[in-house]
Design a protein around this ligand. Structure first.
Ligand code: SF4
Ligand code: SF4
Length: 277
């Protein structure tokens, strides 16, 4: 069992509880206007157009693209030159290969988080890794956009510990405008996974002039407050870094506005509301 991995961060303090080994999988089913890593969305089709862009010869093509992580200097010229908006900087890693890396840092970890891209697109890999991680006494969280109805997947839910769920918009049409996909399954996941006590954190990005942020926070926090009020609700400030300006014109919201939204979420019964800086 192998996964297409975009990146691994051996120590992360922002991907769930405690110190976590975070695995970012390649490929996403959303096309968010504010995506900071749009090259993680599409899978490489192996056209080879990026090979010559690499100044250190870290890329090769035969029947597929080979990426040499040890040679790479992370200049990202290959990503800038990819006409398919993808990246050649991915590795196919087996569960055993990832477990070997986890073993090296095991004493310092609280758990593993699988993120993306959209990790649930590689569901079988998550399941296999989760089963193996359990035997090591570590927790496994997934970080998801909630489009796949994971609440129906009993086997997966029984093997993962918690879900970190993005709820990008409460309004169906606004969600389609932002991500190109509707939010029906996202809201179902939100409600049912809260009921099942499977959610560690819910996140909403606050994007002035694009989203009805007050409507989103009001309705999402009501659901959290009514079902599992101690679940953390994180409001994230939109930042333009890495976002294509031709796609989205917005700005970073002021602290005062974030505080107003946090107060609204608390009024709706959420006990644990935080905001990104
Ligand atoms: S990021 Fe790495 S693989 Fe891509 S062009 Fe730069 S050195 Fe080459
Ligand atoms: S990363 Fe892009 S340019 Fe490079 S081989 Fe893949 S699809 Fe082609």
């Amino acid at each position: 069992m192998k996964a297409l991995v975009n990146k691994i961060i051996p120590f992360s303090l922002v991907d769930g509880e405690g110190n976590r080994f975070s695995v970012f999988l390649q490929g996403c089913n959303f096309h968010c206007l504010y995506c900071h890593n749009p090259e993680t969305i599409n899978l490489c089709i192996g056209c080879g157009a990026c090979i010559d862009k690499c100044p250190v010869g870290a890329l090769k093509k035969d029947e597929k693209i080979w990426y040499d992580k040890n040679k790479c200097i992370d200049c990202d010229e290959c990503i800038k030159g990819c006409i398919h908006k993808s990246t050649p900087k991915t590795l196919e890693l087996s569960v055993d290969e990832i477990l070997e890396q986890i073993e090296e840092v095991r004493p310092f970890l609280s758990g593993i988080t699988i993120s993306g891209g959209e990790c649930t697109l590689q569901r079988d890999f998550i399941l296999e890794l989760a089963k193996r991680v359990k035997t090591m006494g570590l927790t496994l969280f997934i970080d998801t956009n909630g489009y796949i109805p994971i609440w129906k997947d009993k086997e997966l839910l029984d093997n993962i510990d918690k879900v970190m769920l993005d709820v990008k918009s409460f309004d169906r049409e606004e969600h389609i405008k932002l991500t190109q996909k509707p939010n029906d399954s996202v809201l179902e996941n939100l409600k049912i996974l809260l009921e099942k006590k499977k959610i560690y954190e819910v996140r909403t990005v606050i994007v002035p002039d694009l989203l009805d942020n007050e409507n989103n926070v009001k309705n999402i926090s009501r659901i959290i407050g009514n079902i599992d009020k101690n679940v953390r609700y994180k409001l994230i400030k939109y930042r333009s870094l890495g976002v294509r300006r031709d796609k989205l014109k917005s700005y970073t919201p002021e602290d005062e506005y974030m505080k107003k939204l946090m107060d609204m979420a608390k009024m709706n019964g959420c006990n644990n509301v935080i905001s990104s800086l």
